[in-house]
Structures are given as C-alpha cells and as structure tokens.
Design a protein around this ligand. Structure first.
Ligand code: UGA
Length: 434
C-alpha cells in the first residue's frame, strides 16, 4: 500500500519504519529540514532498540523515504497517518493545533479518496473535528480513522510489529476493509483488530494509559504503606499479581511514573472530564500521589541526614524516565536533582543513554560522570532512579572503593535486601524493610 506518515517524532518514525517493513511504500514527512536531511542520510534521530536495523533495511530497499514536501507525499499515498504532537495547552487540555493545521493543509491538496488516520493521542471528538476540516475545505471523499498507538518506548518496534491489539475507530466499511488488510501482517498470531466508533477508540487510549498510571500509583501507595507496617512490597506484589484479574505486570513500585505519555494523558483525561462536568476523582488523586512519589527518595535522604544535606554530595544513577530510552521528559530523576539542589547538596549523575539530553536541559547544575563508578567518587550516598540493566549487578568492590559511605537509596528495588545487609550497606529501597 502507499502510505504517508506526517510527523517523524517517536510514534511517526516507528510507525513509518514498521509499516515499510511489511512491504508498504512509506513516505515520512516532517517540517524540520535538518531532521529530514539527517534521516535521508541514514541517521536515526532517536534511540530505540531494534529500530536501526529496520530503518536502514527499508531505506536501502527504497520503501522508506523522508521529505519535507507534504504535497508530494499526499499525492503519492492513499493512506495518510498523522503522528503529530498534542502538547498540553495552557489549561492542561491537549493542544490540537498541529493536527487540525495538518488536516487543513492535506484537505487542500487531495484530488482523490484518502484515509486520514489519527495516530496521536487526541481528546474524544477530535476525529469529528478533523472530518469537519475536510468537509469545509474539499468535496473529495475522505474517511477519518482513529487509530491510537499503544507502543512503549524501549520496546516500540516489537510492540508495533506484534501488538496486543489494534484499535480502529471508524464506521466506514471501505476504510475498515483497507485498514484490516494493512494490519493483517501484524496480527497473524491472532491478536484482535478491534473496530469501534471514533469516540470510543479515542477514549480507549486515554483509558488504557490512565488505568496503567493508576495501577502503578496504587502499588506505590501500597509500597509506602508496607514501609510503615513492616511488610515487604515484593511479597505483596507477588501475592496479588498471581491473581489473573490483577496480573503480574505493571506492579513494580518506584519513584513515580514519568515519560511523555502517562503524565500528559492522565492530565488531559481529567481536563476533558472537567469539560463534561465530570469530576474524575481517582485520576486527580493519581496525579497528586505521583507528584509526591517522584521525590520520595529525597524524603528518605532528608530523614537519614536529619533534614540537613547542605554540602553533601550525591551520586545519581539513572536519568531517563525508564530504561532503554534517552527520554527524560517528566523523568523523576530531574525532580530528584532539583530537590537535592534546593537543599544545598551537589550531584554527580550517570545514565547510559540520557546524559546528552540532560546536559541540554539543566547544563552544569550537576556533574556528569563517564561511567557509573566514576559518579561515586566522593559521594556521601548513591541514589538510583532508573532500573537500567547495567545497574542491576554492579561490582560492589568497585563501588566501595569510590563511595565515601556505604549508603544507597534505591528508587527501583534493584538489589536483594539480605545481600546488601551482608555487604554492610545502609540500603533504603521502596516498600521494603530497612
Ligand atoms: C506508555 C504505555 O505503556 C504505552 O502503552 C503507550 O503507548 C505509551 O505510554 C504512549 O501513550 O505513547 P511509555 O511511556 O513508553 O508507554 O512507558 P511505560 O513502560 O509504560 O512506563 C511508564 C512509566 O511507568 C515509567 O515512568 C515507568 O518507570 C513507570 N512504571 C512502569 C513503574 O513505575 N512501574 C511499573 O511496574 C511499570
């Protein structure tokens, strides 16, 4: 099939590349000329495991092209994916100007039937708004389909190639048939392609992310309670997770959820509920609890040092909001750094992928180490904010030779409690005994 993908951000690039991988001809469009040049030269602009291979293979075989020329991409394609940003506007509700702007541009270019697909996370009713733009500007028939994306950063290629489900919001038989064919190679194992109306599809995306954010937040609160009552959250997690209705996944407590999706989507769902005069209480609590959880390690540090960390120096392992990404949007590590600095402490950081992004964001507010051990030099304590595999089994002799005191505040529960006791550490983790 002939496909255009408008927007080569995270979702657009993965979508375009993975659609080319099953033999489609894909043209990716972006207004950022430098980025388009970079991609034309075979450079992947984001860090995403497995993407490189597919990206290069499909470029080499001429199925994946990059351009700034929207008109050309629209003309050559029957299916047009919009993967454009929906940042929170001033009032926290999603800003649709990119999407509606692109819809207007496309509407003025089309000369024959097209399917326009919303891949971005958009508030309920956006498909109708996009449709209205076309009705206003052209007589050519289009179908506007809502097709939310559920891929996770770090495993995005796998998530796209083998999705748990594909959700498609459209009531057009013609669009349904074409979309079912397009996605057939991705659901060969029998995972469902779920057709529904546009509004249900749009809400499904927010409901999924908000539910997952709630699940994590619930576990974070259970973990906090565990510490108070002397229980172990690992045991409680296993105890509840083996009930199929609860499930084992997404029950790991930590320093709060971050990233470009959960915080934004929970907030947007609350906002749009407000707009319908519905008070979405549970999500408001989720937001509040998560805010506190992001600096829970700092609370622990302050308690340990009796509220005085002026002049103390800390090592921080992990900056990305989760492993296998260089994304630091809403990363708890940034909140931790900020809180430590406000209390007069200094920080040296290390992350396997996100150092550059942090440098660009907060510059010389922290020191940057070349590796995880160098970060420990002269540190009064080590804090861990991201569960990168490389932190899971460190050389404890090396740690001991660098760090001033054997004190670890672990926001991701990476180490065995008994092991840390045997090694002589003060080890404070989340929801577990001291
Ligand atoms: C999330 C969803 O999982 C995807 O399905 C969705 O497509 C995506 O948002 C999106 O809307 O684009 P992502 O933000 O990449 O994906 O990351 P997740 O792996 O879901 O993690 C989100 C946050 O939850 C991270 O901060 C992570 O550390 C935290 N988390 C996750 C926990 O604290 N505990 C867990 O058990 C799981």
């Amino acid at each position: 099939m002939k496909i255009a993908v408008i927007g080569t951000g995270y979702v657009g690039l993965v979508t375009g590349t993975c659609l080319a991988e099953t033999g489609n001809d894909v043209i990716c469009v972006d207004i950022n000329e430098a980025k388009v040049k970079q991609m034309q030269n075979g450079e992947v602009p984001i860090y995403e495991p497995g993407l490189d291979l597919l990206f290069h293979r499909n470029i080499e075989q001429g199925r994946l092209l990059f351009t700034t020329n929207l008109a050309e991409a629209v003309e050559k394609s029957q299916i047009i994916f919009m993967a454009l940003p929906t940042p929170p506007g001033g009032d926290g509700a999603a800003d649709l100007s990119y999407i509606l702007g692109a819809a207007k541009d496309i509407s003025k270019l089309i000369t024959e039937y097209k399917i326009i697909i919303n891949k971005s996370t958009v508030p309920v009713g956006t498909a109708d708004k996009v449709k209205a733009v076309f009705v206003e500007n052209t007589n050519i028939e289009v179908d506007v389909v809502s097709n939310p994306e559920f891929l996770r950063e770090g495993v995005a290629v796998d998530d796209f190639m083998k999705p748990d489900r594909v959700v498609l919001g459209t009531r057009s038989e013609k669009a349904m048939k074409i979309m079912a064919d397009l996605y057939a190679p991705y659901v060969r194992q029998g995972n469902p392609v779920l057709f529904m109306d546009e509004r249900s599809s749009e809400l499904t995306k927010y409901a999924a992310n908000s539910f997952l954010a709630t699940k994590i937040t619930f576990m974070n609160e259970i973990a906090n309670l565990c510490e108070l009552v002397g229980a172990d959250v690992d045991a409680v997690r296993r105890g509840i997770g083996s009930d199929d209705r609860i499930g084992k996944r997404f029950l790991f407590p930590g320093v709060g959820y971050g990233g470009s999706c959960f915080p934004k989507d929970v907030q947007a769902l609350v906002k749009s509920s407000d707009a319908y005069a519905y008070d979405f209480q549970i999500l408001k609590s989720v937001m509040e609890v998560n805010e506190k959880q992001k600096t829970i390690l700092v609370d622990k540090v302050l308690k340990y040092y009796k509220n005085d960390i002026k002049g103390k120096h800390f090592a921080l392992w992990g900056l990305a909001f989760k492993p296998e990404t260089d994304d630091i949007r809403e990363a708890p590590a940034l909140y931790i750094i900020d809180a430590l600095k406000k209390q007069g402490a200094t920080v040296t950081v290390f992350d396997p992928e996100a150092m550059e992004n942090v440098k660009q964001t907060i510059g010389d507010q922290v020191n940057y180490a070349k590796n995880q051990y160098e970060a420990l030099e002269n540190a009064d304590a080590l804090l861990i904010a991201t569960e990168w595999s490389v932190f899971r089994n460190p050389d404890f002799d090396k740690i001991e030779s660098k760090i001033k005191n054997k004190v670890v505040f672990d926001g991701r529960n990476l180490y065995d409690l008994q092991k840390m006791i045997d090694l002589g550490y003060y080890y404070n983790s989340i929801g577990r005994k001291l």
